[in-house]
Write a protein that binds this ligand. Structure first.
Ligand SMILES: Cc1cc2nc3c(=O)[nH]c(=O)nc-3n(C[C@H](O)[C@H](O)[C@H](O)COP(=O)(O)OP(=O)(O)OC[C@H]3O[C@@H](n4cnc5c(N)ncnc54)[C@H](O)[C@@H]3O)c2cc1C
Length: 431
């Protein structure tokens, strides 16, 4: 490889990959190229996806163009299909369908984790995942379509099914999605003549003894009490055995009727990593404290896909964006240090806090050990995430969306993707 063209190749355009690329581009000398491969041409700000599901945020406002965010970085929208550590290359499919290889001096693996629906029988067939912008947008549209169908059906049992939703998993994502859906359905009732608040059933099912396990018990209890007061049906310590076309079967055999079942549990591992021969621990890559993949020179891993030890307390980092971003800061320093003959440092991070929206302009959380709940927590959640957003343009758009939501009803337009040829196939060609 030409010395003038040494390169760091990053696989993954999420929080970890993007922050690493941004910092390396700022720090490395110009003869080092930084190349980022991602399946999408955008960074998705996943903490905002529940608000997309609840139709309170415009889907386009929660994604950022990688090319705009990463000037000077070579962005390739192409999935990496194989890794060859001996030849020090990655393989990707070029625009013409040919498999092509690109060499690296340093390789950063930041693939995140895929959703694994199959951990619950029937979830793959009948369940809705919530991971990508596509998942959130499709679910938003589906929920609005369920309202439309419920309005026109004359059969009360069908209506009951259309207006019932079950969210499996009472962690942060499950609670936020369930809260957003209850708000969407409740607020929309006013526009539908045959739907009443009492017709709406949103179930939240958690297998462990309480929802929001990582938060202190009193905050979980607050969240539960507030959501139940709004009509949410919460079951804790309840296992889900199977998902069917009509709802879910609990481990005791009881059936919960639900026309829409959402999975907020279960991560898998990408085949690319499974086939790489690298050591995995509970589906995540094993790395040393400085995020090096032992035994593979110049290979590093971080974010959700890696089990990164936290030198602060010796624990393995959780799969959270705030950890992925901090790891990226340290990793960029470590790569620069190893290029310049310095000593890479271990990742060490003390989390500042965590928050969870629970619906109806309420949230729970703690920041620097201080517990907050209700509207104050909701407000702080929005201020914190707004401050973290990458570009001024999106900050303005999101601020307008949020202010809009305080003054006007949410947007319940079903974004139809039906094209003329679909309409013709369904209803016949015009004469
Ligand atoms: C609905 C939801 C809500 C969340 N809320 C919060 C929250 O409030 N706070 C918080 O801290 N965290 C939250 N998280 C978790 C947070 O999103 C993740 O921890 C974070 O995204 C991890 O970043 P990452 O870069 O490791 O992976 P990801 O963000 O998943 O990015 C990985 C990227 O790699 C790409 N990729 C995968 N395979 C390939 C391949 N072969 N070739 C090229 N590209 C590939 C993927 O397409 C993706 O773009 C939430 C997650 C979800 C799903």
């Amino acid at each position: 490889m030409n010395r003038a063209e040494q390169r760091v190749v990053i696989v993954g355009g999420g929080f970890a990959g993007v922050e690493t690329a941004l910092r390396l581009r700022r720090t490395l000398p110009a003869h080092w190229k930084v190349v980022l491969y991602s399946r999408e041409n955008h960074l998705c700000f996943s903490p905002l996806l529940p608000e997309v599901v609840g139709a309170s945020l415009n889907p386009l406002h929660v994604v950022w163009s990688l090319r705009e965010m990463l000037p000077g970085v070579i962005c390739r929208t192409a999935p990496v299909t194989a890794l060859d550590f001996d030849a020090r290359t990655v393989e990707f499919e070029d625009g013409g369908g040919t498999l092509t290889r690109e060499g690296y001096d340093h390789l950063v693996l930041a693939l995140g984790l895929p959703v694994r629906l199959e951990i619950i029988e029937g979830m793959g067939e009948f369940g809705w995942p919530i991971k990508t912008l596509g998942d959130a947008s499709a679910l938003r549209n589906h929920l609005i379509a369920q309202l439309e169908r419920a309005e026109v059906t004359s059969d009360s049992e069908t209506r009951e099914g259309l207006l019932s939703v079950a969210v499996v998993g009472g962690g942060f994502t499950g609670v936020e999605v369930a809260g957003a859906i209850l708000d969407l359905f409740r607020d929309s009732c006013a526009y539908y003549s045959s739907i009443e608040a009492a017709d709406i059933q949103v179930h939240l099912l958690e297998g462990s003894p309480r929802i929001l396990g990582p938060l202190p018990e009193d905050l979980s209890a607050f969240a539960r009490q507030r959501m139940e007061a709004r009509g949410m049906q919460i079951r804790e310590g309840t296992g889900v055995e199977a998902v069917t076309a009509d709802g879910i079967r609990l481990s005791g055999g009881e059936m919960v009727r639900a026309g829409t079942v959402i999975s907020a549990v279960g991560n898998g591992t990408y085949p690319l990593l499974v086939n790489s021969g690298l050591e995995l621990e509970r589906g995540r890559l094993v790395v040393s404290g400085d995020m090096r993949v032992e035994g593979r020179e110049g290979v590093w891993a971080l974010g959700d896909c890696a089990a990164v030890p936290n030198a602060m307390d010796g624990s393995i980092s959780p799969t959270l964006a705030q950890y992925a971003t901090r790891q990226a800061e340290q990793l960029a320093e470590n790569i620069c240090a190893s290029i310049r003959g310095g000593v890479p440092q271990p990742f060490s991070y003390s989390p500042q806090g965590m928050f969870c929206l629970i619906g109806h302009r309420n949230a729970v959380g703690q920041v620097y050990g201080r517990r907050l709940s209700g509207f104050t927590a909701w407000l702080l959640w929005h201020v914190i995430y707004w401050a973290k957003m990458p570009t001024l343009a999106r900050k303005v758009q999101i601020a307008v969306d949020w202010l809009w939501g305080l003054c006007f009803p949410r947007d319940i337009v079903e974004l139809s993707m039906e094209q003329t040829r679909d309409i013709e196939a369904k209803h016949g060609k015009p004469l």
